[in-house]
Design a protein around this ligand. Sequence first.
Ligand code: ADP
Length: 396
Amino acid sequence: VKILVLNSGSSSLKFKLFKMLDESVICSGLIENIGARESLFSLSHQEHRINKKIAIQDHYEALCIVFDLLFEEGVLVDIAELYAVGHRVVHGGDKFYKATVVDESLIEELKSCIPLAPLHNPSNILGIEAVASKAKELTQVAVFDTAFHHTMPNHAAQYAIQASLYKEDKIKRYGFHGTSHSYVFKQSCKLLDSKTEATNIISLHLGNGASVCAIKNGKSIDTSMGMTPLEGLVMGTRSGDIDPSIIFYLHKTKGYSLEEIDLLLNKQSGLLGLCGENDMRMILQKAKEGNAYQLAIDIFVYRIKKYIGAYMAILERTDAIVFTGGIGENSEQIRELICEGLEGLGLYLDKDKNLNTSKKDLILSQTNSLVKLLLIHTDEEKEIAIQTKEVLKDLE
Ligand code: ADP
């Protein structure tokens, strides 16, 4: 029996088919540039690889193509082989705080969350509807990026604005990357051989989107993203934390429209805004003392250090700091820059171990380091498969 996991981004669709028994991957693929004139489709199944360029209008069409191809390629022979489909859903609003079986009312609720995640939730909903059109009886499960942070106490989740905006309008910090933070936390406990209910970590998910999460005794108690994924760290194209007054200044004094400011902060800021490049690999190659690329790295790293300090304070005892995501997993240089000067907090990076490029999860700190430093390879799709399996098992 198999579980299909679908991860719809704003213009992409990642999919992985898992064997349910051991969560091993049978087949995986990616469609990029959905909505553009030419979308890129790739699928790998055992030794077999397919790469195609075709026009794909939206996530509904993308999903129909994936479904058809799984049968054409013989990856699936009968729909009954599928136990369930697990979807990544970005924003669960204040209603959904654990993986949930999809029904009509869930779809309606998700539609009401669209204003909170305008880039992602519409494609997530289209994905769910497309699966229903292909296989009406198939069980679908929604796994929310926000769910893991549901345990955040009010003093972390509530903004210091009028309390009614929190109570009535649900304006609060929801946090994202929950499946990743939850997965790397469990993997960290395995690596440390420690109990989940007695382990405190700071999880640094550093990819194109980036967030930090403070996890105390297995529960998220704070995270850097807020009501939307715009708050917090410097990201590929998002600004992260700024003084909100900048928005009024841009609007009133510089004449920017609200749409322009939205675009500026979400798509034209972060690393891209600072140096014209959002790919960390390129930025590291081009960085020299005193140029804009170096400054972009400095600002990126500085913000992360500030969050580490803050989260060590609220955790009281930090067992480990975990690096994950494209940058966290692959850039020894960024990891070293982040740890530099934090010895006073009990963090001692082992520079040789830090150079290790194996695909394994590793401890990167010196043996005497009070706070362990870990490299964990995140796997959001696997976590979605696990949660899909668990929620259905609970219903049996
Ligand atoms: P997303 O948030 O889109 O899932 P990823 O987690 O794949 O992003 O991370 C993408 C980022 O990881 C890019 O900035 C990319 O340059 C960076 N990255 C990948 N490999 C390396 C590397 N070897 N060194 C530095 N940065 C890297």
